[in-house]
Write a protein that binds this ligand. Structure first.
Ligand code: URA
Length: 222
């Protein structure tokens, strides 16, 4: 009978209770994050702040693990995304999946979103700064809800939107890709957009190879 209260038994019990609490906390936190993201998605669905709201078929809100350590942020939806209301589907999506798999990540583990939630009809956001500006608060809120440890910024639009203080609006991707920036409480790695006209997949894969060490600096093999 006393065995159950022996130091070893107590320690085990304490550990199990601690694990249970931490597990329950994570589940509750995930539910809270999901509810907050659902509410934000509703606001985006009703958004008419810019001209893209008139031509979109669907808003394209972020998707994935609401409690993710890693966020991937692209530019704006294309035709497939607009049709399906999901980020990075079709060819662009396959490339993102390939990039994630190269560092043993799955789409389900991360949270994927875009700077802009509506499709620019010409597939070019350069002509729609008002859309980028209008969407900025939505992306900031998504980041604040998810609280990722790490953000992968795909392309110059994402880098410039997130790193206003750290990089110049004239910076070229060739100067900033592969660099890691501090951003609020997280780190941002910038790389090329996988569907950019000049999109060197080998460079993207080399850039993202840094992710495991950025997320978990102590795990580096020696
Ligand atoms: N699809 C997206 O969702 N975002 C991009 O930046 C490109 C394609």
């Amino acid at each position: 009978m006393c065995g159950a209260l022996s130091p070893i038994g107590d320690g085990g019990l304490f550990l199990n209770v601690a694990k249970l609490y931490s597990h329950t906390y994570i589940i509750m936190e995930k539910q809270k994050q999901k509810a907050e993201l659902d509410e934000l998605k509703k606001q985006v669905s009703d958004c008419q702040q810019c001209e893209l709201s008139k031509t979109r078929k669907n808003i394209v809100f972020g998707e994935g693990n609401p409690n993710a350590d890693i966020m991937v942020i692209g530019e704006a939806p294309g035709a497939n995304e607009d049709e399906q209301g999901r980020p990075f589907v079709g060819k662009a999506g396959n490339l993102v999946t390939e990039v994630l798999e190269s560092v043993n990540l799955t789409r389900g583990e991360v949270y994927i979103s875009n700077v802009c939630k509506c499709r620019p009809p010409e597939n070019n956001l350069n002509q729609h700064q008002s859309a980028v500006d209008a969407c900025e608060a939505y992306l900031q809120k998504e980041i604040a809800i998810i609280k990722p440890k790490f953000i992968l910024a795909l392309g110059l639009t994402a880098a410039k939107s997130l790193l206003k203080k750290q990089i110049s609006q004239n910076d070229l991707m060739s100067n900033i890709h592969g660099k890691v920036f501090d951003y609020q409480d997280t780190k941002i790695l910038v790389t090329y957009h996988p569907t950019a006209r000049i999109s060197p997949l080998d460079i993207i894969l080399a850039d993202v190879r840094q992710i495991p060490e950025i997320i978990n600096p102590n795990s580096k093999e020696v």
